[in-house]
Design a binder for this molecule. Structure first.
Ligand code: PLP
Length: 432
């Protein structure tokens, strides 16, 4: 029996199968690259544009690094690193150790782990703190008790009321309980025999207790502190500012400002805690992190993204983003009553955003309607989701009368397209 089909026989039989499929009405008939005009890949495969094939609309991202908009586009160096990594199997442990050591050195911290995003970094950092706090009493058994079996163990996390947020869930995934504090004296009194960690949300808009005091008091009680700084680069130096300040663990998203793979992130910090986080992570099976698998392509892509990001400058990025905002602002000068402001949020998404305001008596269209017009146009453009809403978003000073353009995730040339579309929609709504 022949076990290897020739390419031709394969194409023939797959055409037959395809024809059968189309007779049965199963989807559209598939075709070879000769029939579709798809080009061959450099290594002999068929280059298919799967967004087109699936009928998924490609968008212009004038919003920012939002997960629901796939966050960012990897720079060419990162894409190359990802595709090279896909070519060879390796020993995963070798890659994890080498990548961790390399990043620790480049990011000036004791140790580093690449996670499946910042939310995973939060869960693994939390698991690490539970592990380290309970191991003296519980031994390695604690690893398998997370999350459902830790009530009988040390399981409390101290947090400021104003730092409770949607990513609490990433910590709750470890079975912990929060102890909330508001004042410094609450905080001093919150530490007990069950405390395992003090958590800080770096971009929180409230909270009486600052970073340095948060760290100092926790350390007086021998408790580690974790900082969620997921969206808080640039500035580039934040990659080491918070570990140097004394946070024992710091989390970053890999797919936001660093433009790594969207499903990658960083957990940086103390050697013993990163080691415990690694024990709680995939590929170990009976662990809370098993579902947070990080593939070789993500690991390599994350390392390449850090290299790419460290080769940028804050000034260079800011100049580029301001340039785009100005292109859009300049194109809207002729719209009556309209004014533009460039705004840089203080902590998260700390990059220029363009805020556009106008008198809706003169320009008779609401910001939400403008957003819908751009979304439904060709090409489809997504404005920042803070457009036309009062919901607090990413430190932006917003209201229902403002259009917000996030320019930092635009690709070269797209500023002009966004400018043209905004101009035509707004000019078309000017009252006579
Ligand atoms: C985006 C974000 C996260 C999650 O990051 P992922 O990389 O998408 O997992 C966590 N915390 C904060 C504050 C964020 O902004």
């Amino acid at each position: 029996m022949r076990t290897v089909l020739s390419r031709r026989a394969f194409l023939k039989s797959s055409r037959r199968a395809i024809a059968a499929g189309s007779l049965l009405g199963i989807g559209k008939p598939l075709a070879t690259f000769a029939e579709t005009g798809n080009s061959p890949t450099a290594d002999g495969g068929v280059a298919v544009d799967y967004y087109d094939k699936l009928g998924v609309t490609k968008i212009i991202n004038a919003a920012g690094t939002y997960t629901f908009l796939t966050a960012s586009i990897m720079p060419p160096e990162v894409r190359y690193a990802v595709s090279q990594a896909a070519l060879s199997p390796v020993r995963l442990k070798d890659l994890e150790v080498a990548a961790g050591n390399y990043l620790a050195q480049r990011l000036q911290c004791e140790a580093a782990l690449i996670s499946a995003g910042a939310a995973s970094a939060l869960t693994l950092g939390m698991a690490a703190c539970v592990t380290v706090a309970n191991r003296p009493a519980a031994g390695d058994a604690i690893l398998e008790e997370i999350p459902t079996g830790i009530d009988q163990f040390r399981n409390e996390v101290v947090v400021q009321h104003a730092h409770r947020y949607e990513y609490d869930h990433a910590l709750l995934n470890c079975g912990i309980k929060f102890v909330e504090v508001r004042t410094m004296s609450d905080y001093q009194a919150a530490f007990g025999s069950k405390t395992v960690m003090a958590h800080f949300f770096n971009a929180a808009e409230g909270g009486e207790i600052g970073r340095e005091d948060w760290i100092r008091v926790a350390h007086q009680h021998g408790i580690p502190c974790m900082n969620d700084a997921a969206a808080d680069v640039p500035p580039i130096s934040n990659l080491w500012n918070y570990t140097r300040m004394g946070f024992d663990l710091v989390c970053f998203s890999g797919g936001k400002g660093m433009r790594g793979p969207q499903n990658a992130g960083l957990l940086l910090g103390r050697k013993d805690l990163i080691a415990a986080a690694t024990e709680n992570n995939s590929p170990n099976s009976a662990r809370v992190g098993r579902g947070m698998k990080v593939a070789k392509e993500q690991i390599v892509g994350m390392v390449a993204a850090v290299d790419w990001f460290l080769a940028q400058t804050d000034e260079g990025m800011e100049t580029k983003f301001r340039g785009r905002a100005n292109v859009i602002a300049d194109s809207l000068k002729s719209i009556p009553s309209l004014s533009c402001e460039i705004f840089v949020p203080p902590v998260a998404n700390h990059v220029p955003h363009l805020l556009i305001r106008y008198d809706q008596q003169r320009v008779k269209i609401a910001p939400l309607e403008v957003a819908a017009a751009l979304r439904n146009g060709t090409p489809s453009i997504e404005l920042n989701p803070a457009t036309g809403t009062r919901d607090a978003s990413a430190g932006l000073p917003i209201d229902e009368h403002t259009i917000v353009v996030g320019v930092w995730m635009l690709q070269d040339g797209e500023d002009k397209i966004v400018a043209g579309k905004l101009h035509s929609v707004l000019a078309g709504a000017v009252s006579a």
